[in-house]
Design a protein around this ligand. Structure first.
Ligand code: AP5
Length: 207
């Protein structure tokens, strides 16, 4: 099985497509955003450190992220990295402990991600992702999967979304060139329906 990285701006749909890829390809989902939110919810030392960065839309320092990922990632194959790596230093460190076979770059513009994130809701219990416009829950305010309450993420406020996008352009966008030069980057247009995006990513992974 391949090690796969999902790369793309905030709101590109990484978490949405990851949920289906995990089901259909049996990959292990490693989302640093989800891990950090768990740490924050449990008020661990790591969570308390990370919370300020996340609430401002800034990156948590590389050494903190790398220690967290190394601790949780023991398998060497079949991992789906979502939201990691996000800096060149993280990418270089990752290449030492889990070689990357494919990087799927979800391409979408800023106006679309701002639209998506303003109407995103997540389940406070299981983390499932919804969108009030494009992927509404069956029962208003409740998760289809577990019945948990749907909430808006603290960092989905417009001013934080704008900061997250700027941080993405500065720190994470250079990874596109980095992985292109390594020959593992595959571009997928993500300004399409979730079904079309999933089908395009699945085709890349089957190649
Ligand atoms: P993280 O949770 O990783 O946030 P992100 O990368 O900004 O990505 P998002 O979760 O916002 O979006 P997504 O691409 O997963 O989109 P989704 O599928 O939800 O990180 C949060 C914070 O943690 C960071 O800001 C940073 O502080 C810290 N952090 C995390 N990792 C780090 C790292 N490696 N290093 C340092 N710091 C780190 O979809 C968005 C919405 O759009 C949803 O409502 C969804 O329903 C909808 N949608 C999805 N696909 C489609 C589609 N095709 N069409 C229409 N709507 C769609």
């Amino acid at each position: 099985m391949k090690n796969v990285v999902l790369l793309g701006p905030p709101g590109a749909g990484k978490g949405t497509v990851a949920a289906r890829l995990v089901q259909e390809f049996g990959l292990t989902h490693v989302s640093t955003g989800d891990m950090l939110r768990e740490e924050v919810a449990q008020a661990t030392a790591l969570g308390q450190l990370a919370h300020g960065y996340m609430a401002r839309g800034e990156l948590v320092p590389d050494e903190v992220i790398l220690a967290m990922v190394r601790k949780r990632v023991d398998a060497r194959k079949g991992i789906l990295f979502d939201g990691f790596p996000r800096t060149l230093a993280q990418a270089q460190a990752l290449s030492q402990f889990a070689p990357v076979d494919v990087v799927v770059f979800l391409e979408v513009d800023k106006d679309e991600v701002v639209r998506r994130l303003s109407s995103r809701r997540i389940c406070e219990n299981c983390g499932a992702v919804y969108n009030l416009v494009t992927q509404p829950p069956r029962n208003e305010g409740r998760c289809d999967l577990c019945g948990g309450k749907l909430i808006q993420r603290e960092d989905d406020k417009p001013e934080v979304v704008a900061r997250r996008f700027d941080v993405y352009l500065q720190d994470s966008a250079p990874l596109v060139t980095y992985y292109e030069e390594s020959g593992v980057l595959r571009r997928v247009r993500a300004d399409r329906s979730p079904e079309e995006v999933f089908a395009a990513v699945a085709e890349v992974l089957r190649r």
